[in-house]
Design a protein around this ligand. Sequence first.
Ligand code: FES
Length: 114
Amino acid sequence: MKGEGGYARVASAAEVPEGGALAVEAGGIAVALFKVGGRIYAIEDRCAHQFAPLSRGRLCGAIVECALHGWRFHVRTGRPPAGEFPRVRAFPVRVEGGAVYVAIGGSSSIDSIK
Ligand code: FES
């Protein structure tokens, strides 16, 4: 369900483990939520290589490494650390009242974040 500003509630914040991931869906898109340093980030749960779910990857700091062939993506931006691969989409996240909201239509607003 879409809320204010195109944000959709996808989970409770407590469901996302610190240093781990939770696979959810928003607007028909598979989304991987990651919690790093108490903050929650959202990227498309579909590796840019052969589409494995990144929520099953290994999280090292703010970088997730795909479980299949090791491509790596920053969970905040969806970009590979050294620009060596195509990126995955990253989505704005809001946490309010213990709930996590993701804006699927808002990925372009964080394109400039490194
Ligand atoms: S499917 Fe992710 S690195 Fe190959």
